[in-house]
Design a binder for this molecule. Sequence first.
Ligand code: SF4
Ligand code: SF4
Length: 264
Amino acid sequence: MPIHEVSLIRPENLQTHEQLVVDGVDVSGHWSTFIQSRAITDYNEAMQDEIAALPGGENVHRCWQCGSCTNSCTVNAINPDFNPRYWIYLIRLGMESEILRDKEIIWQCVSCNKCTYACPRDVVPEGVMKALSHWMELKGHVPKSPSMVFDEVFSEQVFARGKIEEGRVMQRFFKRTGQDLRQPWLIEMVKRMLRHLPVTMLTKLGLATFVAPSTSGWSRARAAIEEYVHEQEHNRRRALGLDGLIEAARRDAGPAAAGEGARS
Ligand code: SF4
Ligand code: SF4
């Protein structure tokens, strides 16, 4: 599978001679541009399977590198370095270190799903991007992203009560990500709600934030859902070879951390 985009060649791998004559022909400047050869030896042969084990990455093996995802991508239109086709190519080859060179931009996917609709092979590139971000976090290559923290806060509330209260989700999300709750946009949103929503609805919303009601009969469903989710998480960690590491970290951190980890 050849790479065609010139933009994918790292600037440090390009060599140009300001003054060069070859067989009497002046090839100075860009005429003498060479691509430095590289030998990559640290392949992760399990990488495609690791991505496929995470939600969204299941169809990564189907890609035939047509490039429709990158051509239609919202973020690629403003940043040519954002290239889902290329990252899928690297995943399939197991070129982990090469992917990690782009770890600062991979998270920028806005989940618009344009790539998913353009893909002729049903790869669901948006899902692969999510799986790749998740993979980088699980492997410790990047810190937990705000969207991962949001997912955790959201899921915890669903597990606990069978429903979510928006105010509570936002409060916890801001607290865990170290952000001030008094964001200008949030203050403006609350002002507008106070101006336009009926009093009964506002009272209901306010009460629900403080009282946090549960879905009736939720405790029976909760046990089954939690068991399923923990089983899935265990399978993913095992697929990524993380089980031993996580258990060791829990043992080192003591029983409190073990209980906390079971909810994440
Ligand atoms: S979902 Fe992500 S990768 Fe797909 S087109 Fe949108 S920004 Fe690009
Ligand atoms: S559009 Fe689909 S098949 Fe084409 S490169 Fe992207 S993921 Fe692969």
